[in-house]
Every structure is written in C-alpha cells, then in structure tokens.
Design a binder for this molecule. Sequence first.
Ligand SMILES: Cc1ncc(COP(=O)(O)O)c(C=O)c1O
Length: 232
Amino acid sequence: MAGLIVEPVLANMGLVLPEKNFLKDLRKITNQFDIPLIFDEVVNGFRISEGGAQQKFGIKPDITTLGKALGNGFTISAVGGKKEIMNLLSPDGKVYQASTYAGNPVSVAAAISSIKTINKIKNKLYPKLERYCKVMVDEIDDLATDYKIPHTINSIASMFQIFFTTQKVIDYKTSKKSSTKKFHKLFTNLLKNGIFTAPSQYETVFLSDAHTDQNITKALGAYGLSLKAVKN
Ligand SMILES: Cc1ncc(COP(=O)(O)O)c(C=O)c1O
C-alpha cells in the first residue's frame, strides 16, 4: 500500500470526531506495515490547535497537508513530512512537482505572518475559541431541546455542527440520518436573520478570533429564531 490518507477530524460530512483509539490504531498498523500515514489537515490545521489534530490527539503522521487557516484568507496550501519522504521531491529528489502559484510570495508571507501571530497569541486564542464554541453548542442544544427537535451536536475546539437526528453521529452512515430538509430550513432562516453558515449539512461551523461577544449573542439570537422555524 502506497499510503493511508485520512482527515483526522472529518469536517466534510458534517463534523465527525474519531472514535477513541482510531487514530492511534491507524498509526500502529501503518507503522507495523511500513505504510506512510498522511493526515489531511487542510481544515483541521490551526483550528483544533496550533499543531492541528495531530497535536491534539498526540499522533505523528508521516505527511501532513495544510491550507485554509494557514493563509488566513490568502490562497495557499502546503505539504510537509518526514525528511526522507520530502527529499524525494524535486529539486533534490526524483519526483518532479511544480505549480504556477507554488511559493507565491504574497501567500507565503501571509502564512508565515499567520503562524507567527498564532504562536504569539495561542495561549489566549484557543481557550477563547473553545469557550465561544462551547457557549454556542450548549445554547443551541438547549434551544433545540426546548423546541423538542430531534438533534445531536458534534464539536471540538473551534468547530461544531448540528445534525437533526437523535442517533450519535460517528461516521458517514450515521451523518446521513440527519434531516437535510430541517438543516436547509435552519440555514435559510439563519441567513434571513443575518448569520451565514456553510450552506450544507455536510460542512462545519467554525469560530474565529475575529468573532466577538456581540457576534456570538447575535448568532445565538438567530439560532433561536431559526430553530423555532425548524420546529414549525
Ligand atoms: C479536508 C480537505 N482537504 C483538502 C481540500 C482541498 O484543498 P485545496 O482547495 O487547497 O485543494 C479541502 C477543500 O475543501 C478539504 O476540505
């Protein structure tokens, strides 16, 4: 097997957390059979911790991909990994790789600046993101419970998503149990009330350092009105 690639915390089927020991077992098995373990941290990177999901779960993959939050709005993606794997790439290695915008100086400067800023403020940043996320999740959970709407919410660090099912969402099959009709109603009503979230059940809601107490209060007001609409 050439490699095993996984998004450690799935953010493209709603938000689905890895089951206990899942990532640890993947690491054990891939080590045992000498298979490179690749973490796709394009979404997870810098959102779960400054060291991504791999830091949070204490797993060291052989290759990591990054993007999105890395550039803080600028267009960039990156791949990194073990020296012996990265040395296989050009210009030193035999595997040629090139791209029109690879190493774009503006994007690289933005990414370096983002990483420096994150490292400077990480002790305040991540607790703040987690606090906001918990406030959102707890309040949305209470609202949906009060309206007797079947639901379950998955969350980690600065990320969360609601599913309209009472079943625990642990994989793609269980995420498909959610009522996308209800989700669509939630999305359109949130938008009507001034809050834009990703327009699909199979995406994730993110908190950012730009968010303020007022933003959270406004978002929760909109969730209140929107969940009421979902009920009716
Ligand atoms: C988990 C994940 N990996 C990779 C990608 C692709 O990243 P890029 O647009 O930089 O090719 C995406 C895009 O949304 C993603 O969500």
